[in-house]
Design a protein. Sequence first.
Length: 503
Amino acid sequence: MRREPLQITTSGTPLTQVEADVLAVLVVEPGRLTPAGAALDASLDGRLAHLLADGELKATTGSVGLVHTRGELGAHRIAAVGVGSEDAIDADALRTAAARVAARIGEIGGGTIAWVIGDGLALPLVEQGRAVVDGTVLATYDPGAWKTHGERRAPLTQLILCGPEAASVAEEAEWAGVVADWTNRCRDLVDMPANELTPTRLAETAAEIAASVPHLRCEILGPEEIRGAGMGALAAVAQGSATEPRLIVLEYDPPGARDDLRLGLVGKAITFDTGGISLKPSARMEEMKSDMAGGAAVVTGIAAIAALGLPIRAIAVVPATENMPGGRAYRPGDILTALNGKTIEITNTDAEGRLVLADALVDARRRGATHIVDLATLTGAVVIALGDFYAGLMGNDEGWLGEIEAAAAASGDHAWRLPLHETYARYIKSIYADMKNSSDLRQAGSIYAARFLQEFAGEGPWAHLDIAGTGYLERSRGDYYTAKGATGYGVRLLAALAERLVR
Ligand code: BES
Ligand code: MN
Ligand code: ZN
């Protein structure tokens, strides 16, 4: 569902004169204001200090107290928002605080939020600005687009970052707003049910996005072209479904980009994963509409990179299909030939993500990707290992993995390394073919999958992000800038990665 983007500005106006529906200040442990809030409270006869003393305003991360001004300030209200202990304030805490304020103001009825940044915090000003923008924009996401009645939240119209130095981060704040907006568009796609978001519809969306952003080009392959090109793994997964597969390719080729580097983005887009003949249990199977979260992140991530006009060449390859059982479905025991000629014995049709990615990785290399990162809701095992906050990160190149880790940390799309030692190569051995797609060893399932992908990643640097736990939440994380459902994981990471590479 499309929203008007939030207007993001900066202002050096004295805080007492800032005009807004609400001006947000921080409450830190043990229940005290930061310097900006304390200075404002002087104009409010110390009412904030009284409320703190009475325990009505709290430092607990995300707690919000609203206090009306009586014409003493330009702002109509103060939001005093808890962020925990001052020396532990990081971007995650600020995102949560900003999201809480945005949600409260949304309930009241929209308008303008002013946020004080700077204010003696150790966190660099630019990171404060980005976190406040992220938290505010992500909090406006509404998953209830299919409700025919019930209240629509009144939209926020403007976010003003305030403080003497705020203007120095104006450009970064505006960029963060663009990226957060694409993150919400990613969430739209991931939350969309599989009867609406078919591979065809995803391809159409990618084409529309390409037409709306400069220097972005879209190419779509249908079933005959997929089969004809030799993508036997993607074709096999797709053959059980009545809806056609698509291979979606987006190329971003801006003028002035260096030509020794072409970023390759590969994303798994299983629009619904039933498991196929190796059928999944029915409990919570509806969540498998989100098995295209990697593909959605890649489509909207390259769009964000292009919308920012970053001077970097990039190519996105997204294999999109359903994984269904049926009379035409691929079977356990089948042996497939992938695009690079390698053969795969199928031992579990539910290990389909690695199959569609195999062909897409080879295709991305052939199209000239020098540095590849793939995103995929690939294994339940990564949810067991890392839960819902860190994606699993594996790859073949230390330097490249370092870049991904840095982008992950900077963006708030967190990632944690898992080892990819050569000894794991024995896991994927098959008696009949070059490899098999799963094993009955209940060991290191996420590493197994990554080691399988490595067979198709080609020569250059490649990194794999297993986002099964982070792309779509089974339940809220309590951080307020995400909720149960789609998170848009990867969009902010990919934009941060591209920014690092052009710096
Ligand atoms: N899409 C699933 C992985 C998944 C699980 C994503 C839970 C999000 C939440 C993937 O295709 C899958 O089914 N993986 C299997 C692999 C197994 C058969 C080797 C799994 O993890 O159980
Ligand atoms: Mn599966
Ligand atoms: Zn899957």
